[in-house]
Ligand binder design. Sequence first.
Ligand code: NAD
Length: 354
Amino acid sequence: MKIAVLAGDGIGPEITAQALRVLQALGSDGLRIETEAAPVGGAGYDASGDPLPEATLKLCEQSDAILFGAVGGPRYDTLPRPQRPEQGLLRLRKHFDLFANLRPAIVYPELAHASSLKNEVVAGLDLLILRELTSDIYFGQPRGVRVNEQGEREGFDTMRYTEGEIRRIAHSAFQAARKRSRKVCSVDKANVLETTQFWRDVVTEVHKEYADVELTHMYVDNAAMQLVRNPRQFDVIVTGNMFGDILSDEASMLTGSIGMLPSASLNARNFGMYEPIHGSAPDIAGKNLANPLATILSLAMLLRYSLDQEAAAARIEAAVRKVLAQGFRTADIAEPGKQTVGTVAMGDAVLAAL
Ligand code: NAD
C-alpha cells in the first residue's frame, strides 16, 4: 500500500509531518505502508511553475490514496488563475473523479465549550455528511445571464442529476453507514424540485441493496433546522452538491473548532484524497502553533475508507480522544487561561497515547 503525501503550503508541511509520525508508529506494529512526498499548490508552482506538477500527478496515480495538507498563501494571490495554488486541488478532484465528499462533524466532550450551541445539545455529536461534489446546479448547463422575451435581464442555472450520479453517491452513503451506526438520512427538496424528487426515488431504489441500513428522507429546510435543534439524531446525511455545501459548513460550526475537522473525497474505486477542512493558515505558519489533529484524523479516514484498515483508524481516533481527555490543547482549542502546546508536542502526545 502506498500513500502520496502532498503537504502543500503554509502550515501544510508542519501538520502532515505529525500525521506521518503517527503512520510510522503504526508501522512499527506491523502496518506496512509506503509514503512518498511531492509538491502541490504554491510549492508546486515554486518547483516547476505548475500547482499540480506532472510528477506529482503521476505519483498520485501510482498510489492508493493521497494525504493532502493545505495550499495557498498571499505570495500566490496575484498569479494568473491557472497557476493559483487551489487549481492543484481542483484538478486533482477532477482527474480522479472524486465525487463523494465526506465531512464528519464530531464534538469531543472536552471541546463542547467551543461550540456556539449548548453543551447538552452537541456533546458527543458524531455525524458524517456526504456531499456529492461533481454535479448539481454548480455544473448544470445551460447557465448564464440573458435578456428575456420581456426585454428584462435574468440570471439562470440548471439543476441536473443523472441516475448514475445519484446511484454512486447513494452507494457511498450506505457503505459509509455500514462502518458507523447504519442510519442514512437523504436530504432533498422533493416537494418543490423535480431533480430532487428524482434523487429521492433513486436513493430509495439503491437502498433495496442495503436492507441492514435504515433510510429516512428529509427536506433541506427541515435538515438545516434539525442540525441546530437536535444534531445527534443523525448518523450519515447524504445530499447533493449545493445543499451539501451549505449543510456541511453548518455542521462543522457545531463543533466550533476548525483545527479538528478532517475530510475525504472519494471516487467509485474508493481511491481518495484526505485533508483537513482548514486552509494553509499563513498567519501561524512556521511557528509550531498549528493544530495537527485534523490532519491526523484525516489519516485515520484514509486508513478506514481507502486502505480498509479499520483497526488502525480506530486506534488513531482513540489516541486523539485520549490526548484531549488528558488536557492537551493547541491554541485554537484552548480554554482561556489554560496552558497550550505546540504542533510537535501535540504530535508527541498522540504518539504516546497510541
Ligand atoms: P484558514 O483555514 O487557513 O485559516 C483561518 C483561521 O483559522 C486562521 O486564523 C488560522 O490561523 C486558523 N487555523 C486554520 N487551521 C488551523 C490549525 N490547524 N490550527 C490552528 N489554527 C488554524 O483560512 P484562510 O485564512 O481563509 O485562508 C488561508 C489560505 O488558505 C488562503 O490562501 C486560502 O486560499 C487557503 N485555503 C486552502 C484550503 C485548502 O487547501 N483546502 C482551504 C481553505 C483555504
